[in-house]
Design a protein around this ligand. Sequence first.
Ligand SMILES: Cc1cc2nc3c(=O)[nH]c(=O)nc-3n(C[C@H](O)[C@H](O)[C@H](O)COP(=O)(O)OP(=O)(O)OC[C@H]3O[C@@H](n4cnc5c(N)ncnc54)[C@H](O)[C@@H]3O)c2cc1C
Length: 508
Amino acid sequence: MLDADIKAQLAQYLEMMEGDVLLKVSVGEDKVSREMASLVDELATMSSRIKVEMVDLERTPSFSVNRIGEDTGITFAGIPLGHEFTSLVLALLQVSGRAPKVDEKVIEQVKNIEGEFHFESYISLSCQNCPEVVQALNVMSVLNPNITHTMIDGAVFKEEVESKNILAVPTVYLNGEPFSSGRKSLEEILAEMGSGPDASELADKDPFDVLVVGGGPAGASAAIYAARKGIRTGIVADRFGGQILDTAAIENFISVNRTEGPKLAASLEEHVKDYNIDVMNLQTAKRLEKKDLIEIELENGAVLKSKSVILSTGARWRNVGVPGEAEFRNKGVAYCPHCDGPLFEGKDVAVIGGGNSGIEAAIDLAGIVNKVTVLEFASELKADSVLQERLYSLPNVTVHKNVQTKEITGTDSVNGITYIERDSGEEKHIELAGVFVQIGLVPNTDWLGDAVERNKFGEILVDKRGATNVPGVFAAGDCTDSAYKQIIISMGSGATASLSAFDYLVRN
Ligand SMILES: Cc1cc2nc3c(=O)[nH]c(=O)nc-3n(C[C@H](O)[C@H](O)[C@H](O)COP(=O)(O)OP(=O)(O)OC[C@H]3O[C@@H](n4cnc5c(N)ncnc54)[C@H](O)[C@@H]3O)c2cc1C
């Protein structure tokens, strides 16, 4: 099951195990069962700390990872390789006694949770958003005996996935009921369970010199530049990491040949935490007001004050805004082809949008699904010609240009899409199981209202120093009217805004 490279890596990790671990394995005669049995055997031969017992578990094939004499509640239903390989390694290490790399405060929070919580996470092995959820729920199981977690590979347990009508991963069930969908950190899961940070802790904070709103590449860069000046710096973010959390491969972050978004997000967080920066994650700003100081009010009611503010709230997927889109979100309407593509294996899907992201999505999906239909509003695709050539070389892709999506139809989940041919006005309907919306991004600036000047797209207007029309308020990254939206550009503009904020503080 394991190639030489992975085995070599694994051997190093297994040496770090601190105690014995018992794998309870439930396998049958099917192919996946045989592969799972072979993986477990390999693990046991690689470390004398790993013991194996054959049992009957709720799902076959599956195996649980336990302390000797005590079940932890961690079960893998499916083979945790691919993106879940790290989840397997961490489960083995943590169950063996190695402390998880999590803040002490969060560990205490998890230990103090009362009641029985049985989580089930439905994943696909190609989903790069899934491991964070799997690993967070495993940590919770390791720390609290009343919490269990089973990772379920949707490709192995197809009937279960279909009966629950799961069309997006990761999807998490808690005690048999839907709990959450999409990427979630441990802190986000705790907040969703009602165990999040307290508003009163935030409300009592002293004013900042620089308060950064937004924790993507622009915000992280702005905060680090500010902290390096030795001034009181805070960063408030709805979801630390920003868009790169949803990005697969990054190959244009200069000096790093190739990385993955979540990995870069983890490095950003580590770098920010190296400095004396007050990081307030999972907090959403809802109002900015300039008084003597600048006030940022959060959704939870707390008001933060600062002498200067850097807005770096980035952007989010643009919705197509037709009937059916909101109703069938995660029930056939998807935005992340890398994550959700495998759930449409063998089915027909549409991609709305003929720009680079739409055509990249269509090419990716064509390798998994039965048929891809691309719908483009304009009379020509806007994607780079190299992508178009690749697209048109694929046998299972149809492109409709000059068409307007009218409705995404369905009952419990998507069953089709209706569009209008703009030339003739004729209405057409295609039966399909999924719609991937890829029509660009919209800036996260609605919450600002008229407090700061924005253009007709909602982008914050900035000068070459990153200054907005409000003295002391600066902006950077994808939320601004910068010509291009890229990681390296966002980081650069975060640095510019931060140096300008420092200059402003010196002069005022
Ligand atoms: C699928 C995909 C692939 C991409 N691939 C690449 C690539 O290969 N190379 C590349 O250079 N770029 C790529 N990009 C673009 C790149 O990710 C963005 O340009 C970059 O992340 C912008 O950084 P930012 O900090 O300005 O905004 P974001 O990354 O959007 O971060 C915004 C931050 O603000 C927070 N926030 C939003 N609203 C609020 C609020 N009201 N209160 C508090 N916090 C808030 C968010 O939670 C987040 O922390 C890709 C983007 C996508 C979506």
